[in-house]
Design a protein around this ligand. Sequence first.
Ligand SMILES: Nc1nc2c(ncn2[C@@H]2O[C@H](COP(=O)(O)OP(=O)(O)OP(=O)(O)O)[C@@H](O)[C@H]2O)c(=O)[nH]1
Ligand SMILES: [Mg+2]
Ligand SMILES: [Zn+2]
Length: 348
Amino acid sequence: MPSLELADFGWDHFFHGQLSDDLSPTSIPVRVINVQKSGLQVAAPGLETHVDVSVIGEGIAATVGDWLLFDSESGRVVQRLERKSLFKRRTPGSDRRIQLIAANVDTLFAVSSCNQDFNEARLERYLAIAREAGVMAVIVLTKSDLSEDPQSFVRAAATLAPDVSVEAVNALDKESLQSLAGWLGNGQTIALLGSSGTGKSTITNTLLGQDQIETQDVRTGDDKGRHTTTSRSLFRLPGGAWLLDTPGMRELQLTDVQAGIDDVFAEISTLAENCRFTNCVHESEPGCAVRQAVNDGNIDEARVGRWRKLIREEAHNRESIAERRARGRSLGKLYRTIQDEKKSSRNP
Ligand SMILES: Nc1nc2c(ncn2[C@@H]2O[C@H](COP(=O)(O)OP(=O)(O)OP(=O)(O)O)[C@@H](O)[C@H]2O)c(=O)[nH]1
Ligand SMILES: [Mg+2]
Ligand SMILES: [Zn+2]
């Protein structure tokens, strides 16, 4: 990419302001465009190279979209710049690590399709992540060409968060993707998040104008066409935007997104402030303003159910395993103390 400048890679005053005055002239900013086990693929004006894990300074955890300082003399990554935004999740399974999904994203395309795969709960998850990170979110509904009534999906999606934009598209058709052009300016970074088979790679290929990424037919019955994309990569579109294709994640467990959830479910979280008890779980407590609103038909019961599920999940995930163990231990201690006290009061 010979004629590009740093700004074309998404560099701006936010990152520039982090460069120290005595920055070594051999230190250059590079952007992470792909993460592999063996290291990182980074790019900058006139440069695209693989950086082996062994030359990445200790304690520097980088994800796709990150800006790093690469010292061309020592061949080492010496610093990771502060991020404008960050998406992360708690990995499913027993290790429950925090996994970084993407950094320095300007806009999130939350992808679902105009068919039986349309999933409100999933979309609300993506929207909460975006709101928390301060990233603009657009709901992109693919396969509009296969639906008799795509507008019914658009209407449903529009109710999922205040002021969210919704676009129904045929991801195979360049003309149809024109509606997304407003978010695809030069140097902008856009991440695609959505279940497997919704068409994230198809959108990327169509916008790239070439079939660079493998896509696969989703066949009902045998799950073929699921999990076709396996890594996260940034692609530069002809118009200058950077599009991040991601694998459909089976479980996108929320963590540290309390404010994001409040924001997406604003109509419910505002109500909840009027519940009699501050620790109301909106089930059967007296004076629950949320239950009241459901009973009065003012809010959607299904949406309240999804909201409660996300709040519980988020609170659960916010604790790391270590924290949970520590809490378990101190609870154990507390119980033992109470038991001891009981015993000693019984046998003074
Ligand atoms: N007719 C039609 N087919 C689409 C549309 N979007 C995607 N498809 C098809 O849906 C299938 C799955 O699309 P992919 O782009 O591979 O889905 P993905 O979201 O990248 O899936 P993963 O990589 O597994 O996460 C492919 O056969 C696409 O051609 C659309 O808008 N209209
Ligand atoms: Mg894909
Ligand atoms: Zn309540």
